[in-house]
Design a binder for this molecule. Sequence first.
Ligand SMILES: [Zn+2]
Length: 268
Amino acid sequence: MVAPCDFVTLCESLPRRQVGLWNNFLTGIMTEKIRGVLQTCPSGVRGLTPFFLFSDLCPTLADYIQIIKMSPYRNLEEYNIEITNEIKDRFSKIIDEIGEDVTREGLTKTPERAAKAMLFLTQGYKQDPVEILKGAMFKEDYDDMVIIKDIEIYSLCEHHMLPFFGKAHVAYIPNGHIVGLSKIPRVIDVFARRLQVQERLTHDILECINNTLKPKGVAVVIEAAHMCMMMRGVQKQNSVTTTSGFRGQFEKIETRNEFLKLISSNLS
Ligand SMILES: [Zn+2]
């Protein structure tokens, strides 16, 4: 068992990432019974909960400290427990309203799973795509076209909250800076994990890259199938919607054609 003073010292000495892991751990083991009495940590470390006040409820703290010291890698999902519970209650009501029995075995955990799925699919509201790009911009003289094609996208249409999914193709012509290649798909995910229409998703990605990286040109093409057209409504299974946006040098027909030719070619 770790004494309270050891705990505060430990928290203050942890790098930010590990503080995040610690919070996640607390969220994971907090029960309904004790949630109401937990308060914000007096140590001033952001978001920490003084779990040590309930030492009899925390027999695994020492084990946890072992884990974060030993694991070379841990990938954890963190959910805000208050919001998750709010959404969970609403999903319970919906399941009940459509005539199902939310207490039957297969459905007992469904409201919570659905709540977590919804929070995952809309996590983009809390993420900053500009920061993602700025975090990996490098000075470079390269000034030919950079294309990242066939990037999978999964989003939710804002009219029906049903998925639309497909591929995005992005190109830019550097103007003194290039960006880490993985950042383009990450920026796409930030905008895709919101309630969207495909047209605005295309525009959001285009403007974000254009305004942050300030390249000589940027192009975005998205091809997607919409479940709200496939499963309901007109029920068309094979239609694909294409949207595109071009800025700077891509507004010139030759550059645009070169990009379109390259994204439709199959090099492999
Ligand atoms: Zn729709």
